[in-house]
Design a protein around this ligand. Structure first.
Ligand SMILES: [Zn+2]
Length: 162
């Protein structure tokens, strides 16, 4: 399952990528002039790439008809719950399956942590052994299991219970 998220869903976009879903953010499709991509172009792009449009915009959702999900509410965890209901999607987190939250590229495990020493703070470098890095050479963001991820996972667990 691949997604296209609208401009209002930046936080959800990052979450979906972290959970390993290939997700293009409509804002990232804007050209230099930063003018929002027209709905018809978004729908065409999504159809070409077989992406499901996730949106807060009822009109866009209608245009994309069956291959879209209109989200109610405002909370990112509620959005994930709605996606779980609709697509039976699992939100299981494993860093090796995650995508870069910034650029949607896949991650590679870092073989020698010396390579990323300058990219993380000293405490993290000393305490963490397992690092992953974005495969996009223009991005190279570094990832590891940390408290931020644990917070997200505990909230996701609450969704599972409901
Ligand atoms: Zn990246």
């Amino acid at each position: 399952m691949k997604f296209l998220t609208d401009c209002m869903l930046g936080r959800l976009t990052r979450f979906l990528r972290i959970f390993g879903y290939d997700t293009i953010f409509a804002k990232d499709l804007e050209k230099e002039d930063k003018v929002a991509v027209p709905d018809d172009d978004l729908v065409e792009f999504a159809q070409t790439e077989k992406r499901i449009i996730i949106t807060k915009d009822k009109l866009l959702s209608k245009k994309a008809s069956a291959s879209s999900l209109f989200l109610e509410g405002e909370d990112v965890y509620d959005y994930l719950r709605q996606m779980k209901v609709r697509f039976k999607s699992e939100f299981q987190f494993e860093l090796k399956n995650a995508r870069c939250s910034v650029c949607n590229s896949t991650l590679n495990q870092v073989n020698n942590k010396e390579e990323i020493r300058k990219l993380v703070n000293e405490g993290t470098y000393e305490n963490i052994e397992e690092f992953y890095q974005c495969s996009n050479t223009n991005c190279k963001k570094v990832y590891w299991y940390g408290t931020h991820i644990e917070d997200i996972l505990s909230k996701i667990k609450q969704i599972e219970i409901e």
